[in-house]
Design a protein around this ligand. Structure first.
Ligand code: FMN
Length: 410
């Protein structure tokens, strides 16, 4: 994966070369659609399905150039959403036990296969039947490769992290406990979930409890449905996919979101007011950033708008004093709105892996919701000059993901 970092690093030259014209009419479809003959539950039809709705739903729809422009509860680089979500439901009163596609566009759960003694458990590291919900997150790289080329591989994994964070947060607001499963066999999952060569499973999250009843893997794969209306065989994603079966322990990532409205209200904010973030909030996010655990660590650049000395901080302590608003704006590919932000959180990792990108996305999702809860503007940033930023932070560790926050301009 280290090779992915250098292959997909941004430099001023690469950015200049790639900033061409994009024909939005050729954007691949954002939502996978299973055939209409399959049974569906509308999101609102059963209270038990609320967690699926809160995990993936459309939260805004506008019209751009005569085309609907959807935004979801999860953020996504370029709003391209190269993610799909599935859930296996077992033993929940009033719900047919089966494997469902979470269809955010149609606001429903589509039953792809009923289950009984069989299920996805053997592919997600569970030996017995699991009572409750098993979420599976997949990546549809072409939706992002279409615009971002090789850099899309990073965005796909970070988006998958946000999706994972969204599931954890949804469970938390509903008073349920969600766990990221560590031992998933993605290759078998891809085959059994009926994924084509354009879709890849990458995360599993459980909400419920393992029973003592044994389980069998389901025998035949689910029906295959293309995740986009068309696809070019770019295949950069599979080129870097070096860990089909992996066991990775995910650090516990705590959700502090108590309020359902926060989930629906989340938006990425770029219009930062050139005003001071109060000390309590500045301290909160500085402390919170230092709670990120391995494989990640975080540096925080306090800009002029936080009620703290400006400079570079690590684990809550200042490392270097300085006014870096202009420098940060430049290093983040000259995104000038950064100048008015109050803080920039930079996640680095010892190794550049799918795991570190997913963890960064998951953790950032929590921070994003906490910012919304506190009325603070927040956005994830995937575009930065990698090597220049490493030089600035005086680190050899790859830069994984960045977040900017500050008072929102009213
Ligand atoms: C991985 C990732 C990278 C992103 N990179 C940037 C970025 O470099 N600049 C920016 O302004 N927004 C960035 N965003 C924010 C998206 O543009 C935003 O999520 C998307 O437009 C949808 O809007 P919403 O988050 O309000 O739903 C990024 C989001 C993600 C998840």
């Amino acid at each position: 994966m280290q090779i992915l970092y250098s292959d997909t690093s941004l430099t001023p030259m690469r950015v200049a070369r790639s900033s061409g014209y994009i024909d939005w009419a050729s954007q691949p479809s954002l939502f996978k659609h299973y055939p209409d003959f399959l049974f569906r539950y509308r999101y609102e039809s059963l209270a038990a399905l609320k967690i699926a709705e809160l995990s993936r739903c459309i939260t805004s729809c506008s019209d751009i150039g005569g085309k609907p422009y959807y935004r979801l509860n999860t953020p996504s680089a370029g709003n391209l959403h190269p993610i799909e979500l599935y859930v296996q439901i077992r033993g929940i009163k009033g719900v047919i036990s089966g494997i469902y596609h979470v269809d955010a566009k149609e606001k429903c759960l589509v039953l792809i296969r009923e289950i009984e003694r069989d299920g996805v458990e053997p592919f997600v590291g569970l030996s017995n039947r699991f009572k409750g919900m098993l979420f599976i997150v997949s990546i549809v790289p072409f939706r992002s490769e279409w615009k971002y080329g090789e850099r899309a591989v990073r965005y796909c994994y970070i988006d998958a992290g946000h999706q994972t964070g969204a599931i954890l947060a949804s469970a938390h607001v509903l008073g349920q406990k969600a766990t990221i499963l560590s031992d998933i066999d993605t290759l078998s999952l891809n085959e059994h979930m009926g994924f084509s060569t354009q879709e890849f499973s990458c995360m599993a999250v459980s909400v419920g409890e393992e029973t003592d009843k044994s389980v069998e893997p389901f025998k035949s794969p689910l029906i295959q449905v293309a995740p986009t209306d068309y696809c070019e065989s770019i295949n950069t994603f599979s080129k870097y996919l070096d860990h089909y079966k992996y066991t990775v322990t995910y650090p516990p990532i705590q959700s502090f979101t108590e309020n359902i409205a926060t989930i629906y209200d989340r938006r990425s904010v770029r219009l930062f007011a050139d005003t001071m973030l109060n000390r309590e909030i500045s301290d909160y996010f500085l402390q919170r950033s230092s709670q990120v655990s391995l494989p990640l660590s975080a540096s925080v650049v306090i800009l002029k708008n936080a009620a703290k000395d400006p400079g570079i901080y690590k684990e809550g302590k200042i490392q270097k004093h300085g006014e870096y608003a202009d420098t940060m704006s430049h290093l983040l590919v000259d995104q000038s709105f950064i100048k008015n932000a109050a803080m920039v959180i930079i996640f680095t990792a010892r190794k550049f892996t799918a795991h570190s990108m997913i963890c960064a996305g998951t953790f950032a999702h929590m921070l994003h919701l906490e910012a919304v809860n506190n009325g603070i503007g927040f956005t994830g940033i995937g575009a930065f000059y990698d090597e220049k930023l490493q030089l600035f932070l005086e680190t050899q560790d790859p830069i994984v993901y960045i977040c900017a926050l500050g008072e929102e301009r009213s």
